[in-house]
Design a protein around this ligand. Structure first.
Ligand SMILES: Nc1nc2c(ncn2[C@@H]2O[C@H](COP(=O)(O)OP(=O)(O)OP(=O)(O)O)[C@@H](O)[C@H]2O)c(=O)[nH]1
Ligand SMILES: [Mg+2]
Length: 365
């Protein structure tokens, strides 16, 4: 396990999520440094903080600095020159977690593709900077011509895109056969750690991995679900996170396609978070669903982990979300699972309107 100093914003939940991200990527967080602004032009943070961190790195003997924001190569370069340690920004961290978790052929290609897309936006500047002297994270780049490195990445992207296309065709074929069998498709969606897989297990009696670490599930997994009026297929999918960059969504599109083709989406929301956090995560989910052009009518909102919430709080949170089509459950304690099943049955076999154009609405932006 590597050790790191974590730089993030001074907000309880942001800190909590940043620690969870770092730990999911197998880092031991030695110290947390907070700053109101993380996107300053030279180092991301202010020079005073940089000096503090320099001392800290030596004292604590940290292996790396985790920077919980997306910063450019020149900020990374400047910061590295000062603290002499590898800087891992938020996107790099998410990519590292995805890399660790990717097991199927499809998810490995998707992660590699996302990594190359991350790299290509930085390629030219990184080569230019490394000619000024090599730093951790920039090794070996100095020997490249500026455009060569860029072209090399571009070529690798195009090879992977072709590979992914093949896998995608296979998935489409599989989906076509499923459709031909006439079985309706249900997909689980939601912020990472909302409890999608726990609910999947509760509904299907399977035993897929669940964990408090984030991004436990990366590959889509589908199983049959017997409902009162017929059979359906249900898929567990990759979780969402805030500030998920567009190229990551793009790379994971074939996985997220499950949501586009689903007849019903169960959007799982962790109701044990505080109200602000619920809204923030909800907005991130809606952003991604809108990006995928998902119709609002086919979403059933599943408020999970209610055994952790007292009655008054539950009432406030439900009011705040102000959504009509919801069920409150506890996937872990099997509370209201039958109620959820009958609601799913009703939506799928009685009143589901599938092809509309209503976009999802955010509660606030
Ligand atoms: N108390 C409580 N914990 C729950 C409930 N449902 C899930 N959890 C816990 O929440 C954590 C995350 O659950 P998962 O099912 O792995 O969440 P997920 O949405 O599949 O997460 P990713 O695969 O990472 O996107 C685990 O520690 C679960 O045990 C619930 O109803 N109550
Ligand atoms: Mg999961």
């Amino acid at each position: 396990m590597r050790s790191a100093i974590l730089i993030t914003y001074p907000n309880e939940y942001t800190i909590k999520e940043a620690i969870a991200l770092a730990e999911s990527a197998d880092y031991n967080v030695l110290k947390i440094v907070t700053q109101k602004y993380l996107t300053r032009s030279k180092y991301g943070i202010g020079k005073g903080k940089v000096d503090e961190i320099k001392v800290m790195v030596d004292e604590l003997n940290a292996d790396a600095i985790i920077f919980d924001e997306v910063i450019g190569p020149s900020q990374v370069y400047n910061l590295t020159s000062e603290v002499k340690k590898e800087i891992i920004d938020r996107e790099r961290l998410i990519l590292d977690i995805f890399n660790k978790r990717a097991k199927s052929e499809e998810s490995s290609i998707q992660v590699k593709l996302a990594e190359l897309r991350y790299e290509i936006t930085r390629a030219r500047e990184k080569v230019r900077l490394s000619k000024k002297g090599e730093q951790p994270g920039f090794y070996g780049l100095g020997r490249y011509e500026v455009d060569d490195y860029y072209r090399d990445i571009k070529r690798r992207i195009s090879i992977l895109e072709k590979k992914l296309d093949k896998v995608k065709k296979r998935r489409e074929l599989y989906r076509y056969h499923r459709k031909k069998e006439g079985l309706p498709n249900i997909s689980l969606a939601g912020y990472t750690s909302a409890g999608k897989t726990t609910l999947f297990n509760a509904l299907t009696n399977e035993n897929r991995d669940t964990n408090e670490k984030i991004f436990t599930t990366l590959a889509t997994h589908t199983s049959a679900l017997q409902l009162e009026h017929g059979k359906a297929l249900i898929s567990d999918t990759v979780g969402f996170i805030s500030k998920l960059p567009a190229y990551m969504i793009e790379a994971f599109k074939s996985t997220l396609d499950e949501l586009i083709y689903a007849d019903l989406i169960l959007l799982v929301i962790d109701l044990s978070d505080d109200i602000r956090e619920i809204l923030k995560k909800y907005d991130s989910c809606i952003d991604i669903l809108n990006e995928l052009n998902i119709n609002q009518n086919k979403i059933l909102y599943v408020y999970n982990k209610i055994e952790l919430v007292n009655e008054e709080e539950l009432y406030d949170k439900i009011n705040m979300l102000n959504i009509d089509n919801y069920v409150t459950i506890s996937a872990k304690k099997y509370i209201n699972i039958d109620l959820l099943l009958s609601k799913i049955d009703k939506m799928i076999f009685k009143d589901l309107v599938i092809n509309g154009k209503n976009n999802c609405t955010k509660i606030r932006t």
